[in-house]
Design a protein around this ligand. Structure first.
Ligand SMILES: [Zn+2]
Length: 273
């Protein structure tokens, strides 16, 4: 029996028998973990620390030969309660949570993922009261590009993949085609753009590069190009996941349907790029 303490953010809560709960969380030091919270239904000792998205200090007991920890104590550190007061922020937090459930390594440290997830929840919590639809895609795209970087599948954004012209030397009004299979882009001089899904303006690629470079907490602080570019970038990032990330099946993330972001990874990935 080994005692551990860790900072953990709740990802999923499942009732177990009548009085207990099994809680899955993203922890700062051990990646994704699951713990049995005995008598969590009646007992007040967990307070609101086991609510969805809550961050708290967990006291865990590791049991030999078992993947499931026992949770002895959880003290709330931040509840991110504003997130639940706005439908869009609630939906985005659910998307981020779903991605962490799918991709975070079990029982292995993933401090970058913990930082990404907690900073993204903080942005949602702080902006929930004044949230507008214009925030949704930039924050989602920022989260996705950072997740791609974490697992080593970030696209090459700095140069056209054919003529190798650097992005900053090209006119912002020029078009480009986003390439899923190659995880890159090609300028409209090398390949004239037509009205298909992989098209984006050079300014859109610059946005994506900025979202890639800056911390997610600043993702909403600079002006972005058109919603159409953001939507195309979102489809591109989603297709990169479907095409390149092992274990990421091609079904759409469940919570995304609430955002009204139609997506069709297969047809876009197979389009003649
Ligand atoms: Zn080119």
């Amino acid at each position: 029996m080994k005692l551990l303490t860790d900072l953990a953010i709740v990802l999923r809560v499942v009732p177990y028998e009548e009085r207990h709960r099994i809680v899955t969380a993203l922890s700062q030091n051990s990646g994704k973990i699951s713990a049995l919270a005995m008598n969590a239904v009646q007992s007040k000792r967990f307070g609101s620390a086991l609510e969805m998205f809550s961050a708290g200090d967990w006291h865990l007991v590791e049991r030999a030969g078992q993947n499931l920890f026992r949770l002895d104590e959880a003290k709330i550190r931040r509840s991110f309660e504003n997130i639940r007061k706005n439908f869009e922020t609630l939906t985005l937090a659910s998307v981020f949570t779903e991605l962490m459930i799918r991709l975070a390594p079990e029982g292995e440290p993933a401090p970058e993922l913990f930082a990404l997830h907690s900073n993204a929840l903080a942005v949602l919590d702080e902006r929930a009261k004044t949230w507008t639809q214009d925030f949704t895609l930039p924050l989602l795209n920022s989260f996705l590009i950072k997740l791609l970087r974490w697992n080593g599948h970030q696209p090459q954004l700095t140069n056209c993949s054919q003529c190798h012209h650097p992005l900053e030397d090209l006119e912002l009004e020029m078009g480009a085609t986003l390439l899923v299979e190659e995880a890159a882009w090609i300028c409209s001089t090398c390949r004239p753009t037509t009205a298909h899904r992989g098209r984006v303006s050079m300014a859109g690629i610059q946005d994506l590069q900025n979202l890639h470079r800056i911390p997610i907490k600043h993702a909403l602080s600079f002006a972005l190009t058109t919603p159409a570019d953001q939507k195309n970038i979102f489809n591109y990032l989603e297709n990169l996941f479907a095409y390149h990330v092992p274990g990421f099946d091609k079904t759409q993330l469940k919570s995304l349907r609430f955002l009204g972001l139609e997506s069709n990874p297969q047809s876009a990935a197979a389009s003649p790029l």
